[in-house]
Write a protein that binds this ligand. Structure first.
Ligand code: 5GP
Ligand code: MG
Length: 188
């Protein structure tokens, strides 16, 4: 783990800004779900959304249940998406419930597209999506998120649940990695 700090390039979003934004997102989510029975099921997409969801849910005071999904698109030390693969699911009963999918980052939309499709098939009463980060991409994205924490440039980020080779998830800030990795991430 000694190499860990050497690979960080810079702090993109410090923990205080994240905390402030999470509070605002929770307030918005609370408001939007007030009319719909005030009970929801949160579905964080593991592993990346773990920290974000843990902070977000503690700011929500309505009754809620959890469903879990594990999706991986960056196996091992890759910094380019290999396409999303569903690794595990423990969703519970979603039919007729108000579902909020929570993910760390919306990039190409492959992951959320897969998960939204999967959840929609279970006939929830409503389906919304919340992401902490959204990468700005030239490509037209068809997948939408109802709640977005921050729009960020198209760089590879880690920390606050997001990993590189399954490391860095415990960093409290969102950081960019060393230019060496950033260049690799931008290769076609
Ligand atoms: P998409 O399927 O939208 O292209 O990518 C979304 C998923 O890829 C996210 O759930 C996240 O796990 C992963 N991902 C996308 N960009 C990054 C990034 O910059 N850093 C990390 N650590 N993961 C990313
Ligand atoms: Mg993910």
């Amino acid at each position: 783990m000694a190499a860990m700090s050497h690979q960080i390039d810079q702090v993109l979003i410090p923990r205080r800004r994240i905390a402030r934004r999470v509070r605002h997102l929770a307030a918005q989510i609370t408001l939007d779900h007030q009319q719909s029975g005030a009970e929801i099921t949160l579905v964080p997409i593991l592993t990346g959304a773990m920290i974000f969801c843990a902070d977000l849910m503690r700011r929500l005071s309505m009754r809620l249940k959890m469903g879990l999904l594990t999706v991986s698109s960056y196996p091992g030390s890759s910094v380019r998406s290999q396409g999303p693969a569903l690794l595990a699911q423990q969703l519970g009963e979603l039919t007729g419930r108000h579902v909020l999918i929570v993910d760390d980052i919306l990039d190409s939309g492959g992951t959320l597209g897969l998960v939204q499709g999967l959840v929609a098939e279970l006939k929830p009463a409503s389906l919304r999506t919340c992401v902490l980060l959204r990468k700005q991409r030239a490509l037209q994205r068809t997948v939408k998120a109802d709640y977005v924490g921050f729009d960020i440039p198209d760089v590879f980020v880690a920390g606050y649940g997001l990993d590189y080779d399954n490391y860095y998830r415990n960093l409290p800030d969102i950081v960019t990695l060393r230019p060496m990795m950033a260049r690799e991430a931008q290769q076609p």
